[in-house]
Design a protein around this ligand. Sequence first.
Ligand code: ADP
Length: 397
Amino acid sequence: MVSKNVLVINSGSSSLKFAVIDSQSGDALISGLGECFGLPEAVIGWKFNGEKVQEAISDLENPHQAAVSRVVKLMEELGFCDSIVAVGHRIVHGGEKFDSAVRIDDEILKEIEDLSELAPLHNPAGAKGIRAAMSAYPSLPQFAVFDTAFHQTMPEKAFIYAVPYELYEKYGIRRYGAHGTSHYFVSREAAKMIGKKVEETSVITVHLGNGASVAVVENGICLDTSMGFTPLAGLMMGTRCGDIDPIVIEFLIKKGWAREDVFEMLNKKSGFLGISEITSDVRGIVEAMNEGNKGAKLAFDVFTYRVAKYIASYLAPLSSLDAIAFTGGIGENSLDVRREVIKNLSILGFEEDVAGNEAARFGASGQIAESKMLGAKAVVIPTNEEFVIAQQSVALL
Ligand code: ADP
């Protein structure tokens, strides 16, 4: 069979990730990253056949366009062009409009731009990536896969905030969630791992990276998730605060803080970084904690406690639980975080499988704990959002 490869583009406000994905196997034939957009040191780099390459971005005024042009040239140089059947774009916010992937045309592109109000840092960047790819590849079909789409099945009781209902009707203020592509993939892989059909499986998916969220997925359908109107809500994260009493914002403004500084603090100076006053990186946190640093220990404790609390609360919508599935950079690698979360769930009968926890790292999946009481397993599953984007794009061809 001729391979169907998809060029996957994940355009951020100051970066652009790309990969060519074999839509059958999920393997990345090449992947790369353009970063520092907006700065003189903007670069684009990639890894191919074990060799790393990095180049300066030529057009500093239009870095997204320049990065996509370089990717297109690279595809020609490497002889990938004939095998690429589509371009799949990761788009952060699809609002209530998009509950699945779509083929992009001018109207869809405008709708993605119109949703920028809900994701001011991300959707405009996503749209820039789409425009650049459409002009570079006018004859290739382009698809948008939304981070929010998988959560659109949440019932009203899970997504409505307890504020006047007209704010939802008028402005769309509600929980949307994020990381949907990862929660979708991991819930399906978890079902496979425990040998059940996804339509008959209840999973709590725990995506722990720099951004972090938990979702509860029953019979393949998302019932609730921890991120909210924006990806600031829910768990504590690398530099984001997660759930917080909104009055703190007004309080700080009354104390003389500028509004922008408050939001900068909540987004970029909180979480692991804010509590530990050392780093946003869990590896550094665990190292400092083991050397006796109190701030690092506190950050670790707040994080693992909150993860466990979310997992426990997501038993509420379920009648049974088959699996808790950890993923993301921390979920896939940090046995210390997983061990502590499992310990915090001991009232539900979870007991760590020490050898399993130590083995499931660096890309390996596996079982790390079990609760005989619930008849549930805790597992680790490396996420693969690019594969989902490639699969969903090819499915729409
Ligand atoms: P993003 O949300 O930016 O995609 P990632 O999913 O890459 O983030 O996760 C980044 C987090 O994963 C960091 O906190 C990092 O410390 C953690 N991480 C990565 N590798 C390891 C490891 N070997 N052990 C512990 N934590 C790790």
